[in-house]
Design a protein around this ligand. Structure first.
Ligand code: IPE
Ligand code: IPE
Ligand code: MG
Length: 253
């Protein structure tokens, strides 16, 4: 058995995260280190997406949410944005047969209307083509930011209130959650950020209220299956208290 298999078999199946979210950071620095262009780092990052999707699916994780392009990333140089959009469209098309084979369902989170038409069409096609899949749900966050999403939810709820369809006093946390792009998806259990920065960068602010955070200096193109399993092992060794005391948690109160 190799190291990876040993680590996988040491996992506690009763404590697997249901939903893992990732901030895929460090492509640019990876490229710079090798003397390549930033876009080569993004291209290399696609292989990591392929691997983490496959491993998540093999481990029986139900939801994998990947931050691929933030609202703020639109402010990058135009040629980098163009390359990223090209890569996203190219990668989703290339990956589609294997996604189908592995029963992976694609879901899109973010302001998809802002994605250039060519990439958007491929993404929408992949979402439609995988809509019957019942295995891993892969949520791709594109032109996504949490504040955009929360403001959108506020607009939707306000419209219903103005139309007389709901009483503002009845607005609950559940109603807010139901109006986010993640409606119906359980909150992430584990959030992994590669690339060494210890910040959230406007990602899933509402949903990560009680997620376990895991930061690694490893750059996204170098993020290996073993490192992913290490993050899950770390997660499994934590006690999630949700505000209670350790004693209460241990007594299942
Ligand atoms: C993450 O890598 C990919 C995207 C944000 C699209 P970066 O491009 O941010 O890489 P660094 O942080 O500059 O190394
Ligand atoms: C976060 O990475 C966004 C994605 C990974 C898509 P950034 O590289 O954009 O984050 P900051 O700007 O360093 O916070
Ligand atoms: Mg970055």
């Amino acid at each position: 058995m190799d190291e990876l298999q040993k680590k996988i078999s040491s996992l506690d199946n009763s404590r697997m995260p249901v939903h893992v979210a990732m901030i895929m950071d460090g492509n640019g620095r990876w490229a710079k280190k090798q003397g390549f262009a930033r876009s080569d780092g993004h291209a290399e990052g696609v292989s990591t997406v392929h691997r983490v999707t496959k491993l998540s699916s093999d481990l029986g994780i139900k939801y994998l949410t990947l931050y691929a392009f933030s609202t703020e990333n639109w402010n990058r140089p135009a040629d980098e944005v163009d390359t990223l959009m090209y890569l996203i469209g190219w990668a989703i098309e290339r990956e589609l047969p294997e996604l189908l084979e592995n029963n992976v369902r694609i879901h899109l989170l973010g302001d998809i209307d802002r994605i250039p038409e060519d990439a958007r069409k491929r993404l929408l096609y992949a979402r439609e083509a995988t809509s019957h899949c019942t295995g891993l749900q892969l949520n791709m966050c594109l032109s996504y930011s949490a504040r955009w999403e929360i403001a959108e939810a506020a607009r939707r709820i306000a419209r219903k209130a103005v139309a007389g369809e709901l009483d503002p006093d009845s607005i609950s946390e559940q109603m807010v959650a139901d109006n986010l792009t993640t409606a119906g998806i359980p909150d992430p259990d584990l959030l992994i950020r590669t690339g060494g920065e210890e910040r959230i960068s406007n990602y899933l602010l509402w949903q990560i209220a009680y997620s376990e955070l895991y930061f690694t200096p490893v750059l996204w193109p170098d993020f290996s299956d073993e490192e992913y399993v290490d993050a899950i092992i770390d997660y499994q060794n934590r006690e999630r208290r949700f505000g209670k005391t350790s004693e209460q948690v241990q007594n299942n109160e």
